[in-house]
Design a protein around this ligand. Sequence first.
Ligand SMILES: C[S@@+](CC[C@H](N)C(=O)[O-])C[C@H]1O[C@@H](n2cnc3c(N)ncnc32)[C@H](O)[C@@H]1O
Length: 337
Amino acid sequence: MSSTTIPGSAASEGSLYVIPATDPEKKRLVTQYALKKRIYGWTSAVPRSVNVSSLSNVLDVAAGTCVWTIDFTNIPEVRARLKVNDHHNTTHTNPVRLYACDIETKFFPDKNLIDQLGITTFQHDVTKPFPADMLGKFDIVQISFLLLCLTEQGWTNALANCRQVLKPDGILMLNEADPVLYSTDFPPPPEDAPSHDLTASLSIQGWLGNANRIYAAFSVENGFIPDLTFRLPGMLAAAGFSIIDTHRAAAPSGKLCRTIAGGDLAEFEEFSVENLEFIFEHFAAVLMAKGKLQTPDGKKVTTQEALDAMVAEVKEGIRSEGALSLGRYIVARKDGE
Ligand SMILES: C[S@@+](CC[C@H](N)C(=O)[O-])C[C@H]1O[C@@H](n2cnc3c(N)ncnc32)[C@H](O)[C@@H]1O
């Protein structure tokens, strides 16, 4: 598999994720997780539809910083049964064992914390089959925010590989988002729409169009799926899963953090602007290097100054007007063989 990296990127061989595994990205992933929980109104690492009372093995795939796994240990029923090296040598009759993998181990937290929580970490590319001793082992597999990591074929392989490591009736939890930005003037499509109108999104004038000419264009250019929140339900059915719970949300950025959801997301206003600026800088650089970064009239952006101006304009637009993007979580059960 080819790997797309920007100069200085530390991505692993095989990874299509261009953002390097450095401290700013680790911090971004942790805050992004907190924002996601707030948007869906989750008070724990799982929605109410997921029963944690009788599970024994849990796997976080493409875990990044292990933010989800660490939060999962905060669920009281889970914490009480963690297979950890506690100082009392407690023997649990039905321990919960946590596993986390990623193609890139540099995102993982310090070994001390991993050991303290008893998390088994390992390097694994989800587009490849898991080791044979893991097949049929897990009660829950969670996978989140791979929208800019997996191609269509990558998703097909990933869903099949996740299915293989689940027990019969095991649960696959997914959280994804689409790389298409909307505003109050250009609102997201309705729930029953078949997809985004990408042509319209990419041709808007001004900062919102520029945002999509970086974000959505990057996704399309790399063969990722820009409408995962629409496509995943069908892809899961084709992969042998039944959906038991799903919810779509319009996630605000910038000014809209203050003005929608009763201002409940106001504390994320600055993060949401910096977050998009950070990822846009990386994606715009990759697109420009490929000659695929364009102005509204189709001219190529070729200089760092022009790229910086484009990102700055997008940042200012998000800050002063606000943007919306679509996210979806899905809880799916593995169907019988
Ligand atoms: C945006 S981060 C999300 C991390 C974490 N799931 C979260 O929600 O915070 C994407 C992660 O996917 C990992 N990744 C990319 N391609 C992968 C692959 N083929 N197999 C496994 N992990 C992959 C990256 O290394 C990165 O840690």
